[in-house]
Design a protein around this ligand. Sequence first.
Ligand code: CUA
Length: 167
Amino acid sequence: MTTEELHVDPAERNWIVASIMLLVVFGVAVAIAGFMLGIQVPTEEQRVDPRTVAQEAPWSNPGVRELVPGEEYEVYILASRFSFVPNTFEVPVGARVTFYVTSTDVQHGFKLQDTNVNFMALPGQVSKLTTTFEEPGTYSYICTEYCGLGHAVMAGSVTVTEPGGNA
Ligand code: CUA
């Protein structure tokens, strides 16, 4: 093979270099988002039967579970046309809060204001994401998948409280 056969036009070479650099930039951005900013892909946590899930623990008693007071919480939320159960609850500021959401009927969405929590709530599947509320206050969550005539009113809110006080 001679150097003549390997000749790459300078313009073409520049585009090849630019394309490779773009891939590197994307890779670094994904790594920063995943490892430093805590942005996670919602995982399919568990399979459930949407017809009976509301009768079975823990979904028969949805809401907040305090694992470590002030530090670690789980929240179980059932989505159905056209409400979330529960549609209001409290957690303390600074705690790690893991959301488990499933649907009893059709496809819904779950988007929590000002956090990384944004996923679909599907019948038969439990979606899970973890977040930490850095500021006290009220954070709304809404259904983001069109699910019928009541879709626009399908919402709820989290009250994030100061340690030992109210928001
Ligand atoms: Cu539930 Cu839209």
